[in-house]
Design a protein around this ligand. Structure first.
Ligand code: MAN
Length: 554
């Protein structure tokens, strides 16, 4: 209701325009912008007054929608923008009714929510009524979504049926496997004991036939031992020749020259001799008493020792050869240099043989060729094969138990919907990467190499439509990679998009029937149906038993 405190001429003009506005308002009446469900709130009382909906004020009913805001809650102006805070109802016949803020009434903009154009009625802006067209499109879209949801719900019912049946069969399977565990473990222990016994018997036999075996082995290794002995001898000759050269140098060089290179070599040689004195030289005869394998190993070891000596002695001579004073013409020095030169020429070619010797691999011991030996060998082989078989069987059963326990411990939702999808993998290619997820398993990102994005770590929220995969490869300068997998209803299960909203935090969108809504009450109907089916099955089973009993009695 307007209060008139302006001067008269203006008042007259205003009164006129107010009359025009009122006339409009009256044409459109107090119900403009009021939804049918609220219409009962917009009726005058017995004296033609009306109370604001918040009860704060009573005004003449004619002041409702008079383009002047009287009520604090704006409820007196549902059809004008005077208050701006209320709700304007668009009937949108042919589409869906909607409410917009009254501040958007007659603001010169055709609001999408008011497809009937009723929000712009002051004649300033013409908004055509497009509700039929928009409604038809919306209905088409609704039909499309509805048919996806119907088909999705049908498929999901299949998932649920499968999930529930699977849980029962997995539980039974687990029980069967657990019943088998004791039995296979006993069999495995038995096989292990038999294998130990066979090995022991074979060991005892081999111990008893040691000399016979050694004879066979010696025959096999003899050529190698001889070759290695020859090489060791040659190495010792070379080493001794270098030792004599250095001994001569030490004794015969002219001490008055004080040639530092010569002195250094001689004192190095002294150190070598001291160190040498602490070592025990291996004597060929000592080696001959060893079993052939050990003899061969000892020969190889000793050859390596001598080769190292040759290296040390040569280093001493070579050091002197490079730095000695040539002006002294010391004969002992010149003789040693000559030996060094000759040694270097011949050694380069002969040392190749030594390199070979060092890496010589011993041949496998030939099996003893006697019927008795064969008998033990066969018995051990058989026991080993039986043990392997028992062990494989036990492993398989334990593995089966672990796999079933893993599945039974997983949260597939209250109706087991997701049982159908466990370990099922899906890919999505974008321009740079291929993303993949194996549901309840791992998520990866790959291009030329693969990056782990995370392992299934649980559901987010209570709706069973968001999964988290965490603990992926650490991001450079950032967190461990992780995936949030958000599901929506679809008739197939597939990844429809992958984005990376935050660095190394990925968002997979997956459509699947598993989250399609099942119309209320149907789940229970399904349960009842299943109960009935179960009862029928049980009845048939009992009848079957009865039948068998009668048959047996006859
Ligand atoms: C790789 C990919 C990207 C990620 C960067 C972070 O290039 O895993 O998704 O953003 O590493 O450094």
């Amino acid at each position: 209701m307007k209060t008139h405190s302006v001067c008269l001429p203006i008042l007259a003009t205003l009164a006129l325009s107010a009359a025009v506005t009122r006339a409009n308002v009256n044409i459109n009446n107090a119900a403009r912008g009021v939804s049918p469900s609220n219409a009962k709130l917009y009726v005058p009382d017995s004296v033609n007054n009306w109370s604001c909906l918040d009860g704060s004020k009573t005004i003449p009913f004619s002041a409702v929608n008079d383009d002047y805001c009287d009520c604090i809650d704006g409820s007196d102006e549902p059809g004008t923008s005077a208050c701006g805070t209320g709700q304007f109802y668009c009937a949108n016949i042919g589409h869906t009714p909607s409410n917009i803020k009254t501040s958007r009434v007659n603001d010169g903009v055709c609001d999408e929510e008011c497809c009937d154009g009723s929000d712009e009625y002051d004649g300033q802006t013409h908004c055509p009524n497009v509700c039929e067209e928009v409604g038809a499109k919306a209905r088409e879209e609704n039909d499309r979504i509805q048919s996806i949801q119907n088909e999705g719900a049908r498929l999901r019912r299949g998932f649920i049926k499968h999930g529930k049946a699977n849980k029962v069969s997995l539980t039974n399977e687990l029980e069967t496997l657990r019943d088998q565990v004791d039995q296979v473990q006993l069999a495995l222990n038995d096989a292990r004991a038999k294998l130990d016994a066979a090995n022991e018997e074979q060991g005892a036999y081999l111990e008893g036939s040691k000399s016979e075996r050694e004879a066979t082995r010696r025959q096999q290794l003899e050529p190698l031992i001889q070759e290695q002995t020859k090489r060791l001898k040659y190495a010792i000759e070379v080493r001794d020749m270098l030792k004599i050269t250095l001994q001569n140098l030490k004794e015969k060089h002219n001490k008055n020259f004080h040639d530092m290179a010569v002195k250094g070599t001689v004192s190095g040689f002294d150190d070598y001799i001291v160190a040498q004195g602490e070592k025990t030289e291996v004597v060929e005869d000592d080696l001959a008493s060893l079993a052939s394998d050990r003899q061969f190993d000892a020969l190889v070891d000793e050859t390596s020792v001598v080769l190292r000596d040759i290296g040390t002695l040569h280093d001493l001579l070579d050091g002197m050869k490079r730095d000695y004073n040539t002006e002294y013409n010391d004969e002992a020095v010149l003789a040693a240099v000559k030996v060094t030169d000759d040694f270097e020429i011949t050694w380069d070619s002969s040392k190749l043989d030594f390199a070979d010797v060092e890496h010589l691999v011993l041949p496998e011991e030939l099996p003893v060729d006697s019927p008795e030996a064969e008998k033990f060998r066969d018995a051990t082989d058989l026991a080993q094969a039986a043990f392997n078989e028992a062990s494989d069987k036990e492993n398989k059963i334990q593995e089966g138990i672990r796999d079933i326990e893993r599945k039974l411990n997983m949260d597939f939702g209250p109706d087991e919907t997701f049982s159908q999808l466990v370990d099922k993998c899906f890919d999505f290619k974008d321009t740079e990467y291929t993303y993949s997820v194996c549901l309840f398993g791992d998520a990866n990102q790959s291009s030329h190499s693969s990056t782990h994005l995370g392992k299934f770590s649980g559901w987010e929220g209570d709706n069973y439509d968001v999964q988290m995969y965490t603990g992926g490869t650490k991001c450079w300068n950032g967190p461990e990679r992780s995936v949030k997998l958000v599901m929506s209803c679809g008739t197939t299960t597939e990844i429809v998009s992958v984005t990376e909203p935050e660095k190394c935090e990925y968002l997979f969108k997956l459509q699947t029937p598993a989250v399609c809504p099942i119309p209320e009450g149907e789940g229970e109907a399904d349960e009842q149906e299943q109960d009935q089916e179960r009862q029928q099955d049980q009845q048939q089973e009992e009848e079957g038993e009865e039948h068998t009993r009668k048959h047996d009695e006859l």
